[in-house]
Design a protein around this ligand. Structure first.
Ligand SMILES: Cc1cc2nc3c(=O)[nH]c(=O)nc-3n(C[C@H](O)[C@H](O)[C@H](O)COP(=O)(O)OP(=O)(O)OC[C@H]3O[C@@H](n4cnc5c(N)ncnc54)[C@H](O)[C@@H]3O)c2cc1C
Length: 445
């Protein structure tokens, strides 16, 4: 059956991969924790080819795993290891064209496979800025950004991805294409259907193109790197910056364990002779700004120096990945609870004998912690569950920005109401009754 499917696919799409070794390069995720199996990989070039592939897979009873840059951290970008249905992995990497760029109003329309870095450099060359920035920018795609409603380091200033989406084109499970790429910017005519694709993690359709709203670049900024004794004191430092009325562009933290791994992974020198418990990165608009902060704080408005300081924070996720098969959890609590949560979490994790190492870093101004845990086996979810239950006790979210993927779907009910989950299942049923797209991602069985 699959060879008949492969032959038919080859008539539609120029790039069909059936070699097992080549397929394997698509079926493991960035962290190495999630590994799956696919029968074939296709790389279509446009929505028309995607429609034909979708109809063919439907006819053959084959599920489709959608993959952008494969930088997702919750297993949603790779197939499951033990699917009863054959799986066609669809990579959007060939949907890589800039389709339209309105330099007057600041809107760009791109294929779903265009990388974040490509959009950033394209718009910067014409006096605009892309509001989303994250360390995975070279590989992460615009389709993936929208499908996960990604956040990043600029959320406190410009919002999550959904705040910048102005239009989406998406292929549905019955092969139809919906699009509001060229609709008027103001269009209040009922349910905003395309918006459902944002944060749906590919469960409702295949995003083929996106129109994004741009911002004007901030002309100058100052970055402060501040040593703190705890996450609570880091939060209080941030609060004092906000109370002083500064225009916040980013506020991040890295704990001591993460910093130790960052320095050895990226061969970066220590910032201070005695390493602090927590390093805080606060960027505000304007040059040569003065802060009333710890006298050891480092501050600069020089673009090159700022880039060098940001390297410490940006290496955090990859440094943990290099440290072993890491359990990565991305959670949020109310911003003023971040210190209390972090100390409860540390106390809890230190009691698990199986945990050999743990730490956190994240988006301080969003109450968003990226928690890294080494020790438990890849398929051991006991620690994950305990952390997520603690998050639920704080009324937080079990996924602040990475999504639910395959990693957290059983725990969705911890922080989403039963009625929400019921409605999500009904929406899935309307869009994709045969569960063609990304089976096993996001929704619990
Ligand atoms: C070093 C590093 C730093 C990161 N930092 C951040 C951060 O600060 N903030 C943050 O939010 N995330 C961060 N991430 C996570 C990740 O980069 C984002 O989730 C990103 O949006 C994923 O994009 P992608 O193209 O790699 O998607 P993939 O990983 O390929 O896919 C992610 C999900 O989106 C679906 N999908 C992908 N493309 C499409 C499409 N065209 N149509 C429908 N569904 C699709 C997939 O099926 C999957 O469910 C980081 C990851 C790394 C490795």
């Amino acid at each position: 059956m699959t060879s008949a499917l492969n032959l038919a696919l080859a008539k539609i799409v120029p790039s069909v991969i059936t070699d097992k070794d080549l397929i394997a390069s698509y079926t493991s995720d960035w962290t190495g924790r999630f590994n799956g199996k696919a029968d074939v990989v296709v790389r279509p070039q446009n929505a028309a080819q995607i429609t034909e592939v979708v109809l063919l897979c439907k006819k053959f009873g084959v599920a489709i795993q959608i993959q952008g840059g494969n930088t997702g951290l919750v297993g949603g970008s790779v197939p499951p290891p033990n699917s009863l249905r054959p799986i066609c992995l669809m990579s959007t990497s060939s949907l890589n064209s800039i389709l339209d760029f309105d330099v007057v109003t600041g809107h760009i329309t791109v294929g779903a496979g265009v990388s974040v870095a490509q959009v950033q450099s394209t718009v910067r060359a014409r006096g605009w800025e892309f509001p989303i920035d994250l360390a995975s920018r070279e590989s992460a795609t615009i389709g993936g950004l929208v499908a996960t409603n990604a956040g990043g380091i600029r959320v406190c200033a410009f919002g999550m991805t959904k705040q910048s989406v102005a239009g989406i084109e998406m292929v549905l499970a019955d092969g139809q294409v919906i699009s509001n790429l060229t609709s008027p910017l103001k269009d209040n005519t009922g349910y905003p259907i395309s918006d459902l694709a944002v944060g749906a993690e590919g469960t409702l359709g295949i995003i083929t193109a996106v129109r994004m709203k741009l911002i004007r670049p901030t002309l100058s900024s100052t970055l402060f790197v501040i040593p703190c004794d705890s996450v609570q004191l880091a939060y209080e430092t941030l609060l004092s910056v906000q109370k002083a009325g500064h225009n916040l562009l980013a506020a991040e933290y890295v704990d001591a364990k993460s910093m130790q791994l960052i320095m050895s992974y990226s061969q970066l020198r220590p910032l201070w002779p005695v390493p602090p418990n927590v390093t805080v990165f606060i960027e505000v608009a304007g040059s040569n700004i003065q802060l009333d902060a710890d006298p050891r704080a480092l501050g600069t408005s020089n673009a090159g120096e700022m880039r060098n300081f940001w390297k410490y924070r940006e290496a955090a996720s990859d440094s943990w990945t290099a440290a072993g098969k890491v359990h990565k959890l991305d959670v949020s609590v109310a911003v003023d609870q971040i210190g209390t949560f972090e100390s409860k979490l540390s106390a809890m994790l230190s009691n698990f004998e199986i945990v050999t190492s743990y730490g956190s870093f994240g988006h301080l101004a969003d109450g968003n912690l990226h928690i890294e845990i080494v020790g438990p086996a890849q398929d051991d979810y006991e620690i994950d569950k305990s952390v997520l239950e603690l998050v639920a006790k704080f009324n937080g979210s079990i996924s602040a920005e990475h999504g639910i993927g395959r990693a957290k779907r059983e725990y969705l009910g911890l922080t989403r109401d039963a009625i929400d989950i019921e409605l999500m299942k009904k929406i899935k049923e309307v869009f994709d009754p045969e569960k063609l797209f990304n089976p096993g991602v996001l929704l619990p069985d």
